[in-house]
Design a protein around this ligand. Structure first.
Ligand code: ATP
Length: 266
């Protein structure tokens, strides 16, 4: 009898990911092990390598060294299977403006080979969920930034991916739209999907995410739940167990030099 293959436990795995642009090493050997059903926040200062890493994980950028896989499928060697299982929303979605909202979703459905009837039904649900139903017949070029962001997320969800990458998903969104996106991400996680998002909004990281990965200068400097990060921070001589994520973040990424700041502003 052939034993049933157990599904891979890891949703996202990265081993020794590096990326060099010219002589600049933007990502210097990142290892990640993200389980199924985790909502993970990816934090780090500007230029730390978050977008570069996410693009490598999503198979949009070839690593200089290292590998990444999605649910056991190597994104470089088995890209079709890896990409069929993931969705990706960049920080600035570059949507084709001459399509109407519903046409864009139909296009995404065809790209991911979703049966047309299923795609139509999911598109209608997603447009309603993101409060875009009334704009579905309008050209995307007339959408506001926030509407484009929500449409891009709807497009990334059309094929019901098990792993979702988002690069700063709430930038430029009004509080209602940001809330809607956060609620959708939590629901996706609760249904077993894995969500990996970069953000500079520490409140999102702290309140939304199960686990955080903090990077600085192309390397992971800390990873864990908020409680684990607090413990790490206090063991390194930082604030006691009540430290906010901002304190921990600044301590880990060398941004807490208030004396230097005071000297500049004097
Ligand atoms: P931010 O928070 O500002 O969005 P980030 O953490 O996403 O930053 P990246 O965009 O990954 O950082 O950039 C990491 C480093 O790589 C930066 O020094 C950046 O200038 C550099 N970089 C990124 N893309 C390129 C590129 N296409 N060519 C050359 N250098 C690049």
């Amino acid at each position: 009898m052939v034993a049933a293959l157990s599904p891979p436990a890891l949703a996202i795995e990265a081993t020794g990911l590096r990326k060099t642009y010219g002589r600049h090493e933007a990502v210097k050997g990142i290892d990640l092990r993200i389980g199924r059903g985790e909502l993970v926040g990816f934090l780090g200062p500007n230029g730390a390598g978050k977008t570069t890493t996410i693009r490598m994980l999503a198979g949009l950028l070839r690593p200089t060294v290292g590998s990444a896989s999605i649910l056991g499928h190597d994104v470089q060697r088995d890209p079709l299977n890896a990409k069929a299982r993931m969705g990706y929303v960049p920080d600035t979605p570059n949507l084709y403006g001459k399509l109407r909202g519903h046409e864009f979703l139909r296009f995404m459905g065809r790209l991911y080979r979703v049966p047309p009837a299923v795609a139509e039904q999911r598109a209608a649900e997603l447009l309603r969920l993101f409060e875009l139903a009334n704009a579905a017949g309008d050209l995307v070029e007339g959408y506001s930034h926030g509407m484009q962001q929500k449409l891009a997320l709807a497009g990334a969800l059309l094929h019901d991916p098990q792993v979702l990458f988002l690069d700063e998903p709430t930038v430029g969104l009004d509080p209602r739209s940001a809330r809607r996106i956060k609620d959708v991400l939590v629901q996706l996680r609760d249904r077993g999907a894995t969500v990996f998002l970069s953000t500079h909004i520490l409140e999102i990281a702290e309140r939304l995410c199960d686990r955080l990965v903090i990077v600085d200068k192309g390397q992971v400097v800390a990873t864990g739940t908020m409680a684990e990060l607090r413990a790490q921070g206090s063991s390194q001589g930082g604030a006691e167990g009540s430290a906010s994520l901002e304190d921990i973040f600044l301590q880990l990424t060398g941004g807490a030099d208030y004396a230097e700041l005071a000297a500049v502003l004097r």
